[in-house]
Ligand binder design. Structure first.
Ligand code: NAD
Length: 704
């Protein structure tokens, strides 16, 4: 049973006990109802306290049950809430730490609520593409007022209990406990106070009986709808539905509002957006797990970090650790490089202070954790060292040999390389078990993604340690095996190749970018190239021309680079840029250059639909990903989705390339690939579906 039942004098205490967050799965629901029945049948018991063990009152629905028949099996959450609400003895919810989603809805079904300070209170369903489905949209406005409740429901954000308790006229909490430690005692005292004024048989206060009014309802809901439309741009249906449901609370009788809430909830459940968001919720948690590295694996303590190279990446990487309160020492070859690196970090923090995102004292605190050196002797005691020097094997070799000779035993030696072989790098040391790839994305202090590259000999404890470190510095870590480009860049190479073919065949860069941005990508491939630097792709292609002379490439991007159009950093790339601005301005010379190249290739330009553009670009990711999955470079399809969502601006509401392909149906994806293979200007070889993809499509299966 996932709840404990005790009787303390004239009080029954039902304590939900389903770690880690007292999820309201079937066993918890059954146990609450069983406790309630026992308490109601026991003459000695006069009132009931409902609370949670451990680290939560309740975090809401049990995600393991999502979409399964268990989720709605009786007693479902709605029935549990009705049972509490209709209990003949006073039921007092004693909430602490976390009261979210179904957990909060459960508390709202109780007659009284007492809260500990510091409790995170939220209805976060909107983040999964849903609305609260167990009365949250009908009861919360009745206790908090329509505006405060709608804000919480539309944003899904948590608010501290003590803040909510300060809202004028709020009826969410009848009392605040003075501390989490004293909650149990204060809840018991409160229950006794209630009993002093309670005569058996007397009606008990129910949230459903409270009025729900807004003095200017029509204008308020219109304003809210406009706001939400402006923010979601029609991509996410749930926030608008939150407004509709809360509006219902002001116009409908309670039971009618509840029925409407249920109907909206059920309809949203199977929208592509909700499926995508639920998929990512699960994917995020799955990504942190490594099959052969159990959670019991011992970890090494990381109390200090050294970063080799204070350039673009070294600086950003350092900031992550400073932000987490971990001291960092940056090492360079020359003092001026250190000074430059230090100045950029300080400038970044200053910008945050100016925007009001960081307090001056925090800036000082963080800069105080940062030191610099030119000597390896001064970093020898660091627990983790991350190399971010030039992307050349020779330079990496020098650095890793040096690290091997100076670093204390047990130190973790990480490389931020984007393309080089992590096993070869590990081979420069006598301790390959301590070497791992930590592939940060630029800007490293902003981008969420961290590809953790597991070498052939990387120790399990090293993997467990760096996964923990990633969490500490708030990154989404995804494990990748060793291959050229790892997961993300290996896929993006195919995508860039397709982008090249598309302009060769008739598109303009802006047409491709617009189509992809309309699909939902943060940025199209050409704007992205300009941002990252077109010279980077050029260098990779030059290498490929040697390694894979048979691979087909459009030469347009090379022609662009030959003109020095490297992108934003030089003010010109596929587009022109005005200093200080990011607007991409189409350039006639670039368009002429593309046209001339087409003529030289003997290609008659054709009009290509946005649909074809998007399919060719996204399916190129999917096909390469299928190889990555089959080779075991990625452990799960959902890991690949996390890489693209957190590192490459793939639209969240589409759930990543693999989820998107799954939802389209892999059979359809393969059919499209077969069509693309017939295009003489494309790469027929590439469009042969990867064996895994072909198999899944033939069997009617999905990646995830
Ligand atoms: P960068 O040129 O901005 O910085 C490299 C720094 O390393 C320079 O400051 C240089 O002085 C220093 N350095 C060179 N050799 C050194 C040595 N032997 N000892 C100490 N310092 C030395 O380069 P970057 O963009 O920061 O890239 C660094 C690494 O990160 C590369 O491996 C790159 O592939 C990888 N990376 C870059 C990006 C990106 O977008 N820039 C993204 C992910 C990974």
């Amino acid at each position: 049973m996932s709840a404990d039942y005790t009787v303390q004098g004239d009080l029954a205490v039902i304590t939900m006990n389903n770690p880690p967050i007292n999820g309201l799965g079937l066993s918890t629901r059954l146990a609450i109802v069983a406790g309630l029945e026992k308490a109601l049948a026991d003459d000695q018991v006069k009132a009931i306290v409902l609370t949670g063990a451990g680290k939560a009152f309740s975090g809401g629905a049990d995600i393991k049950e999502f979409g399964s028949p268990k989720a709605i099996q009786e007693p479902n959450l709605l029935s549990v809430i009705v049972a509490l609400e209709n209990a003949s003895k006073p039921v007092i919810a004693a909430v602490h730490t976390v009261a979210m989603g179904g957990g909060l809805e459960l508390a709202l079904g109780c007659h009284y609520r007492i809260a500990a300070p510091g409790c995170d209170v939220a209805l976060p369903e909107v983040k999964l593409g849903l609305i609260p489905g167990a009365g949250g949209t009908q009861r919360l406005p009745r206790v908090l007022g329509v505006e405060a409740a709608l804000n919480m429901i539309v944003s899904g954000e948590a608010i501290k209990s003590e803040m909510l308790a300060m809202l004028p006229g709020q009826k969410l909490f009848d009392q605040m406990a003075s501390s989490p430690q004293s909650l149990a005692q204060e809840a018991a005292d409160f229950a006794h106070e209630v009993l002093q004024n309670h005569v058996p048989g007397m009606a008990l206060p129910r949230v459903r009986d409270l009025p729900c009014k807004h003095p200017n309802a029509q204008a308020f809901f219109k304003f809210s709808t406009n706001m939400v439309n402006g923010m979601t741009k029609g991509k996410y249906p749930a926030p608008l539905k939150c407004i509709e449901a809360v509006q219902n609370a002001t116009t409908m009788k309670f039971d009618e509002g509840m029925r409407a809430e249920r109907e909206i909830f059920t309809n949203l459940m199977w929208t592509p957006e909700c499926r995508a968001l639920r998929h990512l919720f699960v994917a995020q948690r799955a990504a942190s797990k490594i099959e052969d590295v159990p959670s019991t694996t011992p970890v090494r303590e990381i109390k200090s970090v050294a970063v080799i190279g204070a350039g673009t990446m070294g600086g950003g990487i350092s900031m992550n650790f400073l932000n987490a309160g971990i001291p960092v020492k940056m090492l360079e070859m020359k003092q001026d490089a250190l000074d430059r690196g230090l100045a950029i970090i300080e400038k970044n923090y200053q910008a945050q202070v100016k925007k009001g995102k960081l307090k001056e004292d925090k800036l000082k605190q963080r800069m105080g954790l940062l030191s610099t050196t030119l000597s390896y002797d001064e970093i020898r005691d660091a627990d983790l060292v991350i190399e971010a020097v030039f992307e050349e094997m020779g330079v990496k070799e020098t650095v890793f040999k040096k690290l091997d000779s100076v670093m204390k035993p047990g130190a973790i030696l990480a490389s931020n390389t984007s393309t080089l072989d992590v096993n070869a790098i590990a081979g420069f040391t006598q301790r390959p078990q301590d070497v791992v790839g930590l592939h940060f994305f630029s800007p490293a202090n902003v981008m969420k993604l961290l590809e953790v590259v597991r070498g052939a000999k990387t120790g399990k404890d090293v993997m467990a340690t760096v996964m923990g470190v990633a969490k500490k510095i708030k990154k989404t870590a995804v494990v990748s095996g060793v291959c050229d480009g790892f997961i993300g860049n290996r896929m993006i190479e195919q995508y860039s190749r397709q982008a090249g073919f598309l302009i060769e065949e008739g598109c303009t860069p802006q047409q491709v970018d617009k189509a992809v941005e309309k699909f939902g990508f943060a940025m199209g491939p050409f704007r992205m190239g300009d941002l990252a630097g077109n010279d980077i792709g050029w260098a990779i292609r030059k290498r490929r021309y040697q390694e894979k002379p048979d691979m087909k490439y459009s030469k347009t991007a090379d022609l662009l680079c030959e003109q020095g159009r490297f992108g934003q950093k030089v003010g010109k790339g596929w587009y022109d840029y005005v200093a200080g601005k990011r607007d991409a301005i189409p350039n006639k010379d670039v368009e002429d250059m593309i046209a001339q190249h087409r003529t030289a290739m003997g290609i008659t330009p054709r009009k290509i639909s946005d649909e074809e553009i998007v399919q060719r670009l996204v399916f190129s990711l999917v096909n390469e990903a299928a190889y990555i999955l089959e080779e075991g470079i990625a452990a799960r399809a959902s890991d690949i989705d996390m890489v693209y969502i957190t590192g490459y601006g793939f639209p969240i509401y589409r759930g990543g390339p693999m989820n998107y392909a799954d939802q389209l149906g892999l059979f359809n994806v393969v059919q499209a690939m077969k069509r693309f293979a017939l295009n003489p200007h494309d790469d027929a070889q590439f469009w042969q579906p990867a064996p895994l993809l072909a198999r899944l499509a033939a069997d009617g299966k999905t990646f995830n």
